[in-house]
Design a protein around this ligand. Structure first.
Ligand code: ATP
Ligand code: MG
Length: 327
């Protein structure tokens, strides 16, 4: 799978990240390709355990080694090989070039410091301004993410804020170093529905204002539809489909993607999600031969059970990893 190299700010090629566990080798990410173009929002979709977060951690060089191992592949950011960067360059990459927002805002905010102290720390480190100027900048960031009374909130501690407010602070911190790429890993999953909608609206507005390239990891097709330009669908550590978001919704080609889409429709109709794609994702220490989706795929034949499909192009910017992509 290849995209025009000039437009990709982030390229992941053939990435394999495995973990050595007492149950065996977990092939968490097992041959992943991903290309993100400057300015776009790329959604990464897939069920729990499909390797979305591990891929994100690998991009930031944050996979714990051991038990993790980078077995194969490369990550290029603005043409530079992330796996070959020295310690200083990696620090810059994590601190200011790429920012990450995690699912659990509480675990990423330090309970011992005020909101202002945490945002200004990032600003002082990456923008070279300090004191009153940095504090003003922190207040400005809180305003940007629509936190009411920012002059007061800036002096509060994380426990004084609601979940939604904490996630806004996380977004403010992430954006305060003006990252070239924002990786948002389930940024709204821990929040209730109304707050989720508010945060997504905020992210959309910030995107219009700031235009940050975003890698948005999510379980939710609804969130992807709302936010993304394109989507990469993962299954059992691999990419099974890449498509512009509209094509994905109107003309998905991989049976897994089709199943996901149907499950959303069925959920709206009130039936259970698991009725739609029978079975469960494979045990990552014992992945099936052939296509990894074949045990759950109604269309699988003998070849699917024995030979692993590669990506095939099914149109402009569209890739699918299936032996029968046209049907
Ligand atoms: N430190 C680790 N040690 C061992 N296995 C791990 C480790 N981190 C992740 N894994 C395994 O790697 C696989 C992929 O995990 P990952 O967290 O990337 O899934 P995910 O797609 O982000 O799922 P979710 O949607 O639930 O966040 C899982 O089987 C997980 O158990
Ligand atoms: Mg995850």
């Amino acid at each position: 799978m290849s995209d025009r190299k000039d437009s990709a700010i982030l390229s992941v090629r053939g990435l394999k990240v495995h973990f050595d566990t007492s149950q065996g080798v977990v092939r968490a990410v097992d041959g992943v390709d991903l290309h993100v173009k400057t300015g776009e929002t790329m959604a990464v979709l897939g069920e729990s355990g499909s390797g979305k977060s591990v891929m994100a951690l690998a991009i930031m060089r944050l996979v714990p080694i051991p038990p993790g191992r980078i077995v194969a592949g490369e990550v290029h950011f603005e043409g530079r090989n992330v796996f070959q960067m020295g310690a200083n360059e990696v620090r810059r990459l994590r601190g200011s070039t790429i920012a990450m927002i995690f699912q659990e805002p509480m675990s990423s905010l330090n309970p011992a410091f005020t909101v202002g102290e945490q945002i200004t720390e990032a600003i002082v480190l990456h923008q070279g301004i300090k004191g009153k100027e940095a504090l003003d900048k922190a207040i400005e960031m809180l305003k940007l993410v629509k936190i009411p009374s920012p002059e007061k909130r800036v002096h509060e501690y994380p426990h004084q804020l609601s979940g939604g407010m904490k996630q806004r602070v996380m977004i403010a911190m992430a954006l305060s170093c003006r990252p070239k790429l924002l990786i948002a890993d389930e940024p709204t999953a821990s929040l209730d529905v109304t707050i989720q909608a508010q945060i997504l609206e905020l992210m959309k507005e910030l995107r219009r204002q700031v235009g940050t390239t975003t890698l948005l990891i999510t379980h939710s097709l609804g969130v992807a539809a709302e936010m993304a330009d394109r989507a990469t669908v993962m299954y059992a550590g691999q990419v099974v489909e890449v498509a512009p978001i509209r094509d994905l919704f109107h003309d998905a080609r991989h049976p897994y993607t089709k199943g996901l889409l149907k499950s959303v429709v069925n959920m709206k109709e009130g039936t259970r999600r698991l009725d739609v794609i029978p079975g469960a994702p494979p045990n990552p220490t014992r992945l099936p031969e052939g296509c990894r989706f074949h045990p759950r795929c109604a269309k699988a034949d003998k070849r699917c059970c024995t030979e692993e499909p590669n990506y095939v192009s099914v149109g402009e910017g569209r890739w699918v990893r299936c032996w029968y992509p046209e049907t």
